[in-house]
Design a protein around this ligand. Structure first.
Ligand SMILES: [Zn+2]
Length: 415
């Protein structure tokens, strides 16, 4: 994969840095008061690494640009970790000119990613003395159209003002790029945040962890992996593993305005829908903190909670914590709901293991044949039978469309 044609567009309102990553045009746009280096390809290297490993293609960065020497030196370790988790990500070679950045080259102080959720708000409260800036991205988890993006910016601006922090908004087509490669957000999550970290180049950038020390699982955003993306001038941190979701809410509830301003939803970027799994999970954590006044757009129904289905061991760990808390607080209603969710996950895992060990994966092989291509799961950090099919499909797409045309509807506050 070649990284080339870096270009920096400067207007009164914004700076936009773009480059070609193989056939894909990737771009980042941010406020014109953030200084962006026009020859530093480090942000694009972070974005390209996981897709290039998936394709098994070496990365070659045009010699007129450079990357952080420290970042380049740590790429083999990042690759070893990703390969160990899912061998579909193959170790590759990266060729680039390097520069040793001066630690004083940072343009911004201490910063943290923030989208108004529980993890970010907890991190903001806990480190409010050290933090200078909060960084919000459009085109990362969601590609939000104009109206939803403006609403989310206003919501986060409110919290930023409460704590006297500067909110920096970044817009990008990162999500579109990852989606096009067939890689799940979960497998490129930390790398995408690393690319925005190195783009803005603050002295430190914090990623707020979602899990606790006793539930660390393979993930592209991981306490061992995230710091490896650091450059000489920007330290990438992964914090917040000391507290689970309910403990984080217990801290946030001391700041009622921040609590009311939380955005916890997977579905609707402008409000909390009350019917997605993240809203449901947060609802239970709120209940276990005796908070009943939190506003969801739609009232949460108890009957819907027991239908929740954890997607992975990491996801399960959130429910395990809530279950322990429900037992401690003698909350019988939530105890029953959570027990049902956990039992169902464990039963499915038992069936999968039985198939693997006793039936030599007969059931999985049958499934492989019957699942339609459009139902295939994206490639994640855990190997799946469909990974090889996704890779074949990506190679077909590359043959058919040698030049990708970016078309995602990504709202902008700078236009
Ligand atoms: Zn929701």
């Amino acid at each position: 994969m070649k990284i080339q044609q870096l270009s920096l567009e400067k207007t009164e309102k914004y700076h936009k840095l773009s480059a070609m990553l193989g056939p894909f045009p990737l771009w980042f746009k941010t406020s014109s008061d953030c200084l962006i280096a026009c020859n530093d390809a480090s942000p694009f290297l972070c974005s390209a690494l996981i897709p290039a490993m998936f394709m098994g293609e070496d990365i070659e960065i045009d010699r007129q640009y450079y990357v952080s020497a420290s970042l380049l030196a740590k790429l083999p370790e990042i690759q070893t970790m990703m390969h160990a988790w899912n061998p579909i990500f193959k170790p590759i070679k990266v060729t680039a000119n390097t520069q040793v950045f001066k630690p004083s080259a940072s343009q911004l102080g201490h910063s943290a990613f923030f989208s108004g959720g529980v993890d970010g708000t907890y991190n903001l409260i806990k480190h409010q003395e050290q933090l200078d800036n909060l960084v919000l991205i459009n085109g990362f988890d969601f590609s939000m159209p104009q109206h939803s993006w403006q609403q989310l910016v206003a919501r986060c601006q409110k919290t930023a003002k409460l704590f006297n922090k500067k909110l920096i908004c970044v817009e990008s087509n990162l999500k579109e790029f990852t989606g096009w490669t067939g890689i799940a957000r979960f497998a490129n999550f930390g790398a995408s945040l690393a690319s925005v970290s190195l783009l803005l180049n603050p002295s430190s950038m914090t990623i707020s962890g979602a899990v606790t020390y006793d539930a660390i699982n393979p993930s592209n955003s991981h306490p061992l992996l995230d710091p490896l993306w650091s450059s000489e001038s920007c330290k990438v941190l992964h914090l917040g593993l000391e507290a689970d979701r309910a403990a984080k809410i217990a801290l946030i509830k001391h700041y009622p305005e921040a609590l009311n301003n939380l955005w916890v939803c997977w579905e609707d970027p402008s409000s909390n829908c009350g019917h997605c799994s993240k809203c449901h999970r947060t609802f239970m954590a709120l209940q276990l903190n005796n908070i009943s006044h939190f506003q969801f757009s739609q009232e949460v129904e108890f009957s819907a909670l027991s239908k929740l289905s954890p997607k992975s061991d990491e996801d399960l760990s959130f429910y395990e914590y809530l279950y322990q808390l429900a037992i401690k607080q003698h909350n019988r209603q939530l105890n029953r709901v959570l027990r049902k969710i956990i039992w169902r996950y464990r039963a499915k895992a038992f069936v999968r293991e039985t198939d693997r060990l006793l039936l030599h994966s007969l059931w999985s092989k049958w499934r492989r044949k019957t699942v339609a291509q459009h139902q295939l799961a994206d490639v994640s950090v855990f190997p799946k039978y469909s990974d090889a099919i996704q890779l074949k499909l990506l190679r077909q797409r590359l043959k058919q469309h040698p030049k990708f045309i970016s078309s995602a509807n990504i709202g902008s506050i700078y236009d």
